[in-house]
Design a protein around this ligand. Structure first.
Ligand code: SF4
Ligand code: SF4
Length: 102
């Protein structure tokens, strides 16, 4: 069994079980980039450069979705945000089966 150390905000929520609603814990994106992140940043390992902590909401967000203009040209940003929401299944359940130890 391999172990990977990831660093997340101390106020980040605990990772929920698989299929439970995503709570923005950030574990999946800290471990590795999703297919879209691999395309955009050309890296497989995490943390994903697009992972953003929101102090106001006490959770992580995907920067490609929340701030597409930071990662795409102005002309592409609106389309990129729509495609990102579809490709990363935003709003669906947690699909990360990592066994997280504090
Ligand atoms: S998909 Fe799961 S691991 Fe990823 S941020 Fe959401 S709750 Fe956390
Ligand atoms: S692109 Fe967004 S959803 Fe994909 S790994 Fe990066 S932060 Fe997570």
């Amino acid at each position: 069994m391999s172990h990977t150390v990831i660093e997340l905000h101390t106020d980040a929520p605990t990772k929920p079980p698989v299929d439970a609603p995503c709570n923005g814990c950030g574990v999946c994106c800290a471990l590795e980039t999703c297919p879209l992140g691999r395309l955009r940043f050309l890296q497989r390992r995490g943390p994903c450069p697009a992972l953003r902590w929101s102090a106001a909401e006490m959770r992580y967000h995907c920067g490609l979705l929340r701030a597409p203009a930071e990662h795409f040209s102005a002309a592409l940003a609106p389309l990129a945000a729509r495609l990102t929401a579809r490709w990363i299944s935003a709003g669906s359940g947690c699909d990360c089966d990592a066994d997280v130890q504090p």
